[in-house]
Design a protein around this ligand. Sequence first.
Ligand SMILES: *Cc1c(COP(=O)(O)O)cnc(C)c1O
Length: 380
Amino acid sequence: MEKIAKKIQMVDLKSQYEKIKTEVDTAIQNVLTNTAFINGPEVKEFQKELEAYLGVKHVIPCANGTDALQIAMMALDLKPGDEVITADFTYVATAEVIGLLGLKPVLVDVVPDTFDIDIAAIEKAITSKTKAIVPVHLFGQCADMDKIMALAKKHNLYVIEDTAQAIGAEYTSADGTKKKAGTIGTIGCTSFFPSKNLGCYGDGGAIFTNDDALAAKIRMIANHGQSVQYVHDSIGVNSRLDSIQAAVLRIKLRDLDNYAAARNKAANYYDKAFANNPKLKTPARAKFSNHVFHQYTFQLSGVDRTALREYLASKDIPAMIYYPIPLHLQKAYLDPRYKEGDFPVTEKLCASVVSLPMHTELDEESLKYITSSVLEFVNK
Ligand SMILES: *Cc1c(COP(=O)(O)O)cnc(C)c1O
């Protein structure tokens, strides 16, 4: 297919901004006029609106998603040597904070169709030192929370949901109850990094919980361990969401479900174009979760991935690899407990996945151009 005029990007924040420019510019100008840059009214309003949207008792905004995970683990009083189980196939931040706090990351494999953390593998990894499970709702759909919560209950473990990629996704329990991602476990953590589904215009993050005492502790830790001004009860961190970011997030939160619908429309287009092609395995939808498509990630079989990406690049189509190296083979996380071959699903995924452009502004012309270009290469 001939090149199209529109520039295709992995994430198109500019076109999205142009649609909400007037509102965003006014909101930012209001923060400037009021000069309440830190902990201004926008932060409190955003907190309340997000609590209502998620149906959770407490949202504690913070500086980024990595901080959210760290503060969550600090608030649960996890101590050096405690074991925390998480998925081998994820963004590094999840394991990073475990290591940073001197806790022991225990990695487990994922399941091949949905990329979710493998429940049987979690159960096998539990020891007397295990304190928490950190499921990652990877690429926009929930991990199997019923089973994770049952395991946590049985072994008396905390569950910290990493929902940086799945804000707005909804989990349906076996009994039919629906809950938003991040509101099921002990604590939920998210990121408002610009390219996330609910992204601000800088860094941002938040922590969710339904537990009043835990919420108070999280709030204290995020603010230098301060209980009353200049009274410090524990060692904390300095992690705040800026008022300007909160003002932007308030506007984008109103559109979050529409954004998810736009992402699903693009994902459905990709699915349909690639259906029944033996060389392309489209992403499976979990039966217990809807999908908010932070990424559209499919698996190749019998296709040279590097050559495909080069071909797409020659047609001005970006394609990324999330993620190219399993955590257990990353230099920073090398551990004598793990070797190549230990997590075969993750290793295979890292070698075979490709993510295509996914955002709220993909039009039919772009989708047609992307899919026909992929198929041109794959079927040649
Ligand atoms: C983005 C992301 C984070 C970290 O969020 P930051 O705001 O960039 O610190 C953590 N976990 C996952 C799964 C992510 O995708």
